[in-house]
Design a protein. Structure first.
Length: 628
């Protein structure tokens, strides 16, 4: 058991010999426990150097070694769900040194990625896709007769999503040759919720059955008629205790639960399952943060860690500015104090969305629905039908999962639901899988929606209250990270819907329309260029009046941290066009490509959304205009 994260690179002589899983497969079984120890220590050291996902990877070290030892990877396909647990997999698949740059600019991704390595069979980041993807691979192998095997490794948290069950249902139906490994650590990011987690706990508790079953398998293996007999006895048993019955009903052969840190047991069981026909389901119990004492004791706190600073300076205070998620966390408690109809819904992101206080103070009005974004939105719709005012706290990137529910269940019926959309914009080291850069485009085309983007923390609080009081579907999309250091009015004030504010009046004829966070960077550019700056506040309804006043502007510039296509800038152009106003416009935002991970500051610079970039783009546009 490790008690500290090493800050000096540990000696890992055995691990150093593994440059690909084929090297690992040349080891004797007896060497594997040493390899496991070295892998765990190297991972501790490496994540300490870079920061990143921590507990989940430590929990699957034995499983990762066993899978690469037994399967012929990359020919055989291992699909990791979410991918936050794939650090040991990356280390064993030729990226040991690269791990020291994980999530850094130009370094490897924090998640499996197909164009990073042939061992990364499927790109992930969002959860609950592994079974569907592995099933697709298994059916491809069937059709193309490649003989390739497919394994999905999915956590108990990720298993709570509908997608996982849709894929299980299908796999059973087509009798796919595939293995699903449920990595059950009794944790999601926080404690998992729902009947499914209680179900897993019951299976885990039914040790007697497990022993009989395992014993039966060992004794009768190789004797077909006896095996048949054992199976009958097993069916009988299931009638009494029924662990794993649900998966058997879906057409899977359920085995487990087994100890996922017992290397011998893992190797024997997986080796047995590997060549069996039909859908196989192995339930493995592991400990999140395994092998590192503080993480075993605090799996929530150690889900992910920050880089360990080599020389921490106790006097250098971290930014005291509140994060946007804290602005939301405070507002939702204040609003709940005033209105007992308010409920808050989160799809498994209690900590990330800062609903910790709310859950403590208003437990009966707090709903963690597990990783089930679609359900979160439809649940809110149902509540809104019957007099409750739901606030759905959801990350922009995860709301993508619930788009139909947003349109069909909420907006089409004009239901009174507030969406507090966090992590809108670029999200730095988390990279393109988690970027919240499409929401303005996908929200503004939905009838009935009010869509707001705050430029600072005080605006954010007011917009939340505005959306809350608005009788219909409303969304406030705010970024990851901290505000601008603006004083926050403690009262619950609202804004007039569809009204912008003018932050600066300039004489150059340039009018900049800021949407959300980049507005303050645009202000710096406006100062230099003597431009007028509107903080538009509302992407929908857009402030028509304010824009039409500037019908004779020399140049209208829009700035947003969203895809340019279909975003807030498009709304401005549509309005000008509809009013037959033909003046030069410039849309600044994100280009039509995925932005690779880096620090947020560096990404903004790359896409020209920092103050300098905004100014330069305007200057270039001005030269084009004057050349016409
Ligand atoms: C669709 C989606 N919603 C939410 C998340 C955020 N998220 C990342 S990991 C995680 C918990 C996953 O729990 P589990 O599958 O049990 O894995 P563990 O971390 O416990 O190993 C969540 C909610 C996500 N990645 N994708």
């Amino acid at each position: 058991m490790f008690e500290e994260i090493p800050t000096a690179r540990p000696e890992t002589p055995l691990l150093d010999q593994v440059n690909a899983p084929a090297d690992l497969r040349s080891f004797k079984k007896e060497q594997l426990p040493t390899l496991v120890r070295e892998l765990r220590e190297f991972m501790l050291y490496s994540v300490g150097q870079t920061g990143g996902h921590f507990g989940a990877g430590l929990g699957v070290v034995e499983l990762t070694v066993a899978l690469h030892y037994l399967y012929n990877t990359p020919e055989d396909r291992i699909v990791w769900d979410v991918g936050h647990q794939a650090y040991p997999h990356k280390i064993l698949t030729g990226r040991r040194e690269a791990l020291l740059n994980i999530r850094q600019e130009n370094g490897i991704s924090g998640f499996p990625k197909r164009d990073e390595s042939e061992y990364d069979t499927f790109g992930v980041g969002h959860s609950s896709t592994s079974i569907g993807a592995a099933l697709g691979m298994s059916l491809a192998a069937r059709q193309l007769k490649t003989g390739r095997k497919a394994v999905a490794v999915i956590g108990d948290g990720a298993m709570s999503a509908g997608m996982a069950f849709e894929a299980l249902n299908h796999a059973g139906d087509v009798k796919a040759d595939m293995l699903v490994i449920l990595n059950d650590n009794e944790m999601s990011i926080s404690k998992p919720v729902g009947a499914l987690s209680s179900y897993f706990a019951r299976i885990w508790a039914s040790k007697t059955y497990d022993h009989i079953r395992e014993g039966g398998r060992k004794v009768f293996s190789g004797l077909p008629s006896a095996l048949e007999l054992a199976r009958k006895a097993e069916e009988h048993m299931k009638g009494m205790v029924s662990p794993g019955m649900m998966f058997e009903e879906l057409g899977f052969n359920y085995i487990g639960p087994i100890d996922g840190h017992d290397m011998d047991h893992l190797l024997t069981t997986i080796a047995n399952l590997k060549d069996r026909k039909g859908p196989q389901f192995l339930h493995v119990i592991t400990k999140k943060g395994k092998g590192f004492e503080p993480a075993e004791g605090d799996p929530i706190g150690y889900h992910a860690i920050n880089k360990i600073e080599p020389d921490p300076k106790p006097n250098v205070e971290k930014s005291k500015l509140p994060k946007y998620c804290n602005i939301f966390g405070q507002w939702v408690c204040d609003a709940a104090e005033q209105d007992d109809k308010l409920v808050a819904i989160t799809p498994a992101m209690k900590e990330g969305s800062d609903l910790i206080d709310f859950a403590d103070r208003f437990p009966e009005r707090y709903f963690d629905v597990a990783i089930a974004e679609q359900h979160a939105v439809t649940l809110a719709a149902g509540m809104a039908c019957d007099g409750i005012k739901p606030v759905v706290a959801i990350y922009s990137t995860f709301l993508q999962r619930a788009y139909d529910q947003l349109i069909h269940d909420v907006a089409l019926q004009n239901l009174d639901v507030l969406f507090a959309i966090d992590r809108a914009g670029l999200v730095g080291e988390d990279g393109p899988t988690h970027a919240g850069v499409y929401d303005l485009s996908y929200l503004r085309c939905i009838p009935n929606m009010v869509v707001m983007a705050p430029s600072d923390e005080d605006e954010c609080r007011k917009m939340l209250q505005t959306g809350y009081e608005y009788k219909g579907p409303a969304a406030v999309r705010y970024p990851r990270g901290t505000g601008q250091g603006i004083d926050i009015e403690p009262d619950l004030r609202t804004l007039e819907i569809g009204k912008s504010r003018t932050l600066r009046t300039g004489q150059s004829g340039i009018v900049i329309c800021g949407f959300g966070r980049p507005t303050y960077d645009a202000l710096k550019a406006a100062n230099t260029l003597d431009a007028t700056l509107l903080d538009m506040r509302f992407v929908k309804p857009i402030d028509e009046e304010a824009l039409l006043i500037h019908r004779n502007a020399k140049l209208i510039v829009t700035v947003e941290e969203n895809a340019i296509m279909g975003g807030a800038g498009s709304a401005v152009s549509e309005l000008l066009l509809a009013n037959n106003i033909n003046i030069p416009t410039l849309h600044l935002g994100l280009p039509d490509q995925y932005e690779e991970h880096a620090s947020h500051t560096s990404m903004l610079k790359r896409v020209g959304l920092d103050a300098d970039g905004i100014q330069k783009s305007i200057e270039i546009k001005l030269t084009h205009i004057s050349n016409i």
